[in-house]
Design a protein around this ligand. Structure first.
Ligand SMILES: [Ca+2]
Ligand SMILES: [Ca+2]
Length: 197
């Protein structure tokens, strides 16, 4: 079971993925996020770079729906919904279903690698000057893409920049990402890497 603390972080993540701000996740949110990231690099819709980042988000959407579908089919009472998945065309994911998805994947060691691989890819896209680090301007662009208020850019940047050199290295960001997704420690700085939860 997820703790209340984990749920607060996952609500934050849900709001970051809810690009269209409808309170539920749809495939259009995932397409929109990929588009916003691609726009940072000026990648055109038919380019291989665009296709690459877009396919990662669509994979995520499909993976999430498939895990939720499994839960519905195996234990419909968990989601308190008597209708089997197959009787409906599921086009959206609610916050409760989002929690259910993470209850399934968080204990899976393979999922840890998946999170790091996707985060690595996003880091590379947001590193628009390809310096290998994220500066504060790039960090703010990430916030804009993910619907996070930029008023939190300064304080989160300072937390993540462990060596205080004014840049976020991939190591610094990945350390925090691991804490954000997998730590259950309210003191862990990574829990607040995208602002208050
Ligand atoms: Ca950079
Ligand atoms: Ca640094």
């Amino acid at each position: 079971m997820l703790t209340e603390f984990q749920k607060r972080k996952l609500m934050k993540l849900f709001s970051m993925y809810d690009a269209c701000n409808l309170g539920v996740l749809k495939i259009s949110d995932f397409e929109c996020l990929a588009q916003r990231l691609a726009d940072l690099r000026g990648w055109k819709v038919d380019s291989s770079s665009y296709e690459d980042i877009s396919s990662k988000f669509i994979y995520l959407w499909n993976r999430m729906r498939s895990e939720i579908k499994n839960v519905y089919n195996s234990q419909p009472e968990v989601l308190n919904n008597p209708d089997a998945w197959s009787t409906q065309i599921r086009t959206q994911v609610t916050l409760e279903e989002w929690f259910t998805y993470f209850e399934v994947v968080l204990p899976n060691p393979d999922y840890h690698q998946e999170v790091l691989t996707l985060s690595d890819a996003i880091f590379t896209v947001v590193d628009t000057d390809q310096s290998g680090n994220l500066d504060k301007v790039e960090w703010a662009e990430l916030f804009r893409a993910y619907n996070i208020s930029v008023i939190y850019v300064d304080e989160t940047f300072a937390k993540i920049d462990g060596n205080g050199d004014g840049n976020l290295s991939k190591d610094e960001v990945m350390t925090m990402i691991k804490e954000f997704y997998f730590s259950n420690d309210p003191e862990a700085a990574g829990s607040y890497m995208f602002g208050p939860i």
